[in-house]
Design a protein around this ligand. Structure first.
Ligand SMILES: Nc1ncnc2c1ncn2[C@@H]1O[C@H](COP(=O)(O)OP(=O)(O)O)[C@@H](O)[C@H]1O
Ligand SMILES: [Mg+2]
Length: 347
């Protein structure tokens, strides 16, 4: 049994998704015999102790403070004891290494990737650079910084058109849930799409749009890959609404792949996990090019959607692990990793 500080919400455009994931993780941890301290981070960044019987989770409740660097957690005068943090935070300010850095500085055990792995995985441009440098295939892309765009947008556009062309996907480098992403079919729409993506980040990617199946693999320490799953869309691409709202997508697991293709993508997912130096968990997403029949690395999520109907837990379910076992496994791995780190020599 561990005392788990469940952190969710956050100052991210994926705030609601995080609240939904947290309900499922909360219940699974209770099923697994753990004690849970649910703390919701509101949109201003304030931490609140929430009442877990109120569903869906919100981020309202008595204010909680964590002292740095002691890592002590207080509600008013009372100190709350815990053993490990389970951050169910998606997107910037949670999945990107910032919370992980805070927890490292306070010498606290936490579930998931460390600072570097989280930061690399959050930045699609950096993740693709490393995966590409390791000799794995990715979708062709160019990255554009705000400075490049402000200095000379015409030559940036020209270069994106000649190197990538249309159709293309334009996306902020560090976002999630398809926020700020556009599909661009006509070259004349490229500039508007780039400007739209710059609303969310100071670096934007223009990527070749591939006609592909979306194959995902869940990975745990080892690295150990689950059976692959597939996002099946009835129309368009995997937008925010398709992910959460309008029912135009479903997740099929196991993905309908030949044994050899399934094995190939599992190995690729493990390679990505290792190349990016990830720990704990990750969902590695591929585009399976219908023409070349090759798996192209798209992106990696180090705190993927975690509701009981999300892809990550579903893939482990199909691989023979219950949701409660998965959550307990992640908590144990976090505690072990923290103990290992503590054994490093300091001089
Ligand atoms: N290069 C691409 N080719 C085809 N479809 C893409 C491409 N890039 C993104 N997409 C579509 O857009 C969706 C969201 O893009 P993704 O890079 O996964 O960002 P997010 O982090 O928001 O999930 C994908 O699930 C897919 O449907
Ligand atoms: Mg995605």
């Amino acid at each position: 049994m561990a005392r788990v500080l469940l952190l969710f919400g956050g100052r991210s455009s994926e705030h609601e998704v995080s609240c939904a994931s947290a309900v499922s993780v909360h219940d699974a941890l209770i099923d697994g015999g753990h004690r849970v301290i649910p703390v919701g981070i509101d949109r201003e960044g304030i931490w609140h102790l929430i009442e877990p019987t109120f569903r869906p989770f919100t981020t309202e409740g008595r204010e909680v403070e964590m002292s740095v660097p002691s890592g002590d957690l207080h509600v008013a005068e009372n100190r709350i004891e815990f053993d490990v943090v389970f951050p169910v935070l998606h997107g910037p300010q949670g999945e990107d290494g910032t919370i992980q850095g805070l927890l490292e500085a306070c010498d606290i055990a936490y579930v998931g990737c460390g600072v570097l792995g989280s930061a690399l995985a959050m930045d699609k441009d950096m993740a693709k650079r490393l995966v590409h440098a390791a000799g794995l295939e990715t979708t062709p892309w160019v990255s554009i910084t705000r400075e490049m765009w402000d200095n000379d947008s015409d030559s940036v556009l020209q270069s994106a058109q000649s190197r990538i062309g249309v159709p293309a996907f334009v996306k902020p480098s560090a976002q999630g849930s398809s926020i700020g992403i556009s599909f661009v079919d006509a070259a004349s729409d490229l500039a508007d799409a780039i400007v739209a993506a710059f609303r969310y980040d100071s670096k934007v990617l223009v990527e070749k749009a591939v006609d592909a199946r979306e194959i995902e693999v869940a990975v745990l320490d080892g690295p150990k890959a689950s059976v692959p799953g597939e996002v099946i869309l009835t129309s368009g691409f995997y937008t925010y609404d398709a992910k959460y709202a309008d029912g135009s997508s479903r997740f099929e697991v196991p993905a309908e792949l030949s044994d050899s293709a399934s094995k190939r993508v599992r190995i690729l997912a493990e390679d990505v996990f290792a190349e990016l130096g990830l720990t704990g968990l990750a969902r590695v997403d591929f585009l399976y090019d219908r023409v070349s029949r090759r798996f192209l690395f798209n992106e990696v999520n180090t705190l993927p959607g975690f509701t009981s109907i999300s892809g990550f837990p579903k893939m482990w379910l199909a691989s023979g692990m219950t949701y409660a076992e998965l959550c307990s496994h992640l908590v144990d791995a976090a505690i072990n990793r923290h103990e290992e780190r503590r054994r490093f020599a300091v001089r």
